[in-house]
Design a binder for this molecule. Structure first.
Ligand SMILES: [Zn+2]
Length: 219
């Protein structure tokens, strides 16, 4: 065996064994093509407050794409998820109009240091970065920080306990970046919305004028 062969990465081997194809239509070199992104159903529950979800977590395409990003660590899966968020903005004229007024900045919901170390990247930051490119709105990944390493929200059954668990779990740095700005907070999945509420509170205290949350899927 030549040395060259040994240098073929596992990723390359996988890409031969499982070539990337659109989950929806099989189009080559796509995770989920634009046309299939457009076919994702609206979430069944209406938007609540300033939180806009793009899909239900049970939606097959949304769920699978999030899974590929978070657990198979296919970072390009962030692109169709950002595309989905952008599609929902376009489909909601009042939201699109609001985003044209004032000065906006995109901020991803951060992971705790421990979780970031485990995963190696923040999936919400990748989605936010793609959305930032798509909308030409600046992203600031270094404003919001997660202080506590809270247990997974899903593992805490009682709602009150969930909320208590999240109290004061975020802090803001570089607050000059958000002062008098409107913020688009980006996250991959929300269940109770408690995390978003805490992040919202922290950003407002840091001087943000308005905060809206765009979430790929509501579980
Ligand atoms: Zn497709």
């Amino acid at each position: 065996m030549s040395l060259k062969l040994i240098h073929i990465s596992i990723r390359e081997i996988l890409s031969v064994l499982y070539p990337q194809k659109c989950l929806g239509c099989g189009l080559k070199n796509e995770i989920l093509c634009r046309r299939c992104v457009q076919k994702i159903d609206y979430p069944t529950l209406p938007a609540s407050g300033n939180v806009f979800a793009a899909a239900d977590y049970n939606d097959g395409f949304a769920k699978k794409t999030i899974w590929l990003l978070k657990y198979r660590k296919i970072k390009t899966a962030a692109k169709p998820l950002a595309e989905l968020l952008h599609t929902r903005i376009v489909q909601r004229p009042s939201l699109a109009a609001a985003l044209k007024k004032g000065s906006w900045i995109i901020i991803p919901v951060p992971l705790s240091k421990k979780r970031l170390r485990e995963r190696g990247f923040n999936q919400s930051e990748l989605i936010a970065r793609n959305l930032s490119d798509r909308m030409s709105v600046r992203m600031a990944p270094d404003v919001l920080y997660k202080l506590k390493d809270t247990p997974s929200q899903v593992s805490i059954k009682d709602r009150k306990e969930r909320l208590a668990n999240l109290t004061d779990s975020f802090a803001a740095k570089n607050t000059r970046l958000v002062k008098d700005k409107n913020v688009i907070l980006v996250d991959d999945v929300t269940t109770t919305g408690a995390t978003l509420k805490e992040a919202h509170k922290t950003l407002r205290a840091a001087g943000a004028k308005k905060v809206i949350a765009l979430v790929v899927a509501r579980g």
